[in-house]
Structures are given as structure tokens and as C-alpha cells.
Design a protein around this ligand. Structure first.
Ligand code: 5GP
Ligand code: ZN
Length: 115
């Protein structure tokens, strides 16, 4: 996806502070953090949103959660806890149309579910 910000970050065309990378997954610090730890975990495969994952993506999505735990250990928040948020579509408030998982932590987080 040529005009996708996160694909550009994957390709190194836009700089980011990477915290994890392998052949399928990239994690980097959110540019506008809302918590002391705010990391975006993304598949390198361009998927528009959670609404567009397919059966062939099931292993990849499962792996993302394993990596999230690995990053939570790395960031020192595994024991105190953290939150994972996926915004999907217009009503879900998704701004960047490349599937991403927000890993939030490092403080006692506020409202659990925003309606
Ligand atoms: P969404 O609202 O789509 O769930 O979240 C998109 C997130 O991407 C936002 O938290 C925003 O701060 C972050 N973001 C947008 N552009 C960039 C960028 O160029 N670099 C980084 N590191 N984060 C970005
Ligand atoms: Zn993309």
C-alpha cells in the first residue's frame, strides 16, 4: 500500500522508534503517546482493519499477542498489567487504515470501555 503511513514505517521511509521486529511483525512507539508505555504492534502484511482479517491470518494474529507479551516483559509492565486496544473502522475511531494493536501501560489506566 503506497500511501499507507505504517507500510512506509515498515519500509523505513518514515522514521520510528522500533521496539521489536521480525519477518512478520513490527512494534514501534506511538508518536503521540497517551500512556508512559504506548506501543503500536502491527503485521508487516497490509491489512486494512480487524474487519478484514481472513482465516489465513489466524496464526499471525495469535503471534501478535505472543509478541505483545514479549514486549510487555521488555518494557517492565508484564506484572502490573497493561491494555491492548484495536480501533476498527469509523465508529471505532480508527485513523490509520493498517491493522494495529495499541499496547498501553506504565500507569493505572482510566476508563475501561469508552462508549
Ligand atoms: P488509531 O486511531 O488509528 O487506532 O491509531 C493510530 C495511532 O497511530 C495514533 O495513536 C497515532 O498517534 C499513531 N501514529 C500516526 N502516525 C504515526 C507516525 O507517523 N508514527 C508513529 N510512531 N505513530 C503514528
Ligand atoms: Zn499498510
Amino acid at each position: 500500500m503506497e500511501d499507507c503511513i505504517f507500510c512506509k514505517i515498515i519500509k523505513g521511509e518514515i522514521p520510528s522508534t522500533k521496539v521489536y521486529e521480525d519477518e512478520e511483525i513490527l512494534a514501534f512507539k506511538d508518536i503521540n503517546p497517551v500512556a508512559p508505555v504506548h506501543i503500536l504492534v502491527i503485521p508487516k502484511k497490509h491489512i486494512n482493519s480487524l474487519a478484514e482479517i481472513e482465516a489465513e491470518d489466524e496464526i499471525l494474529i495469535g503471534k501478535i499477542y505472543t509478541i505483545i507479551n514479549k514486549i510487555a516483559i521488555q518494557e517492565g509492565i508484564i506484572d502490573k498489567g497493561f491494555r491492548v486496544v484495536v480501533n476498527c473502522g469509523e465508529d471505532g475511531g480508527q485513523e490509520v487504515k493498517h491493522l494495529h494493536f495499541h499496547l498501553l501501560g506504565g500507569k493505572k489506566l482510566g476508563i475501561k470501555i469508552c462508549i
